[in-house]
Design a binder for this molecule. Structure first.
Ligand SMILES: C[S@@+](CC[C@H](N)C(=O)[O-])C[C@H]1O[C@@H](n2cnc3c(N)ncnc32)[C@H](O)[C@@H]1O
Length: 215
């Protein structure tokens, strides 16, 4: 069940800000990471929810959002899915770039609440979808997916479906060199140097590659 207090929880622990790479879009972001993690631990355990991935913009989606904002024709007029969206930065960029319809899917109900608040903050239309869409036939013209190769079971679960989708529609993945990224995910489209926080990453920036996945 989704607690009705989710938006209030997000507003209470995060503040509107923006990523350095995509100043055009505002997001509810955690400024101090440790207190958020501590605060969420009790709340999340009580509601059986996952760690707060939605409270940060991860390098994969930052590069995707930068790329789409600079090249809006990539998504203009299309039905877009931001898969494993977290706070939905790539979805926001697609909506701002003129996509016809944008869905942002995540399995975490708090991510859904964050996506709605972030869309409202930018006056953009993004539909959150709390579901595991793995196995669904593609209902979109393009899929965006940022930073999903950080955990072996998750990557093993989602990647075969994403690659199968890539036989039918473009699937663009932003990856900052995470451990479980497939050896040859597909065609390299672009590379971005993304500033990062040392509280989350082991350096001051990460190089993110955008791949167009292949089956
Ligand atoms: C590191 S975060 C990346 C979030 C966002 N794409 C970004 O780059 O900022 C990974 C996200 O994947 C979500 N996730 C994990 N398994 C999923 C699945 N099967 N379907 C949808 N989302 C999933 C998690 O809840 C989390 O929000």
């Amino acid at each position: 069940m989704v607690p009705s207090s989710l938006p209030a929880f997000i507003r209470g622990h995060l503040a509107p800000g923006h990523s350095a790479l995509v100043p055009e879009l505002r997001l509810y972001l955690a400024s101090e990471i440790t207190p958020l993690w501590q605060a969420t631990e009790g709340f999340l355990a009580a509601h059986n929810l996952a760690p707060p991935f939605w409270a940060f913009s991860w390098p994969g989606s930052e590069a995707l959002a930068r790329h789409i904002t600079t090249h809006p024709a990539l998504v203009r007029g299309l039905r877009v899915l931001d898969f494993a969206a977290g706070g939905g930065l790539a979805a926001l960029a697609a909506a701002r770039a003129g996509a016809a319809y944008v869905e942002a899917a995540d399995i975490d109900p708090l991510a859904g609440a964050a996506i709605s608040l972030n869309a409202e903050l930018n006056n953009l239309a993004v539909t959150p979808r709390i579901a595991d869409l793995v196995g669904h036939p593609p209902e979109w013209d393009i899929i965006l997916v940022g930073d999903v190769c950080y955990e072996a079971p998750m990557t093993a679960h989602i990647m075969p479906w994403l690659r199968a989708c890539s036989a039918k529609i473009p699937v663009i993945m932003g990856d900052p060199g995470r451990k479980y990224r497939p050896q040859s995910p597909g065609e390299r489209l672009a590379t971005y140097k993304v500033p990062t926080s040392r509280e989350l990453e082991d350096g001051d920036f990460r190089e993110v590659t955008l791949f167009r996945l292949t089956p």
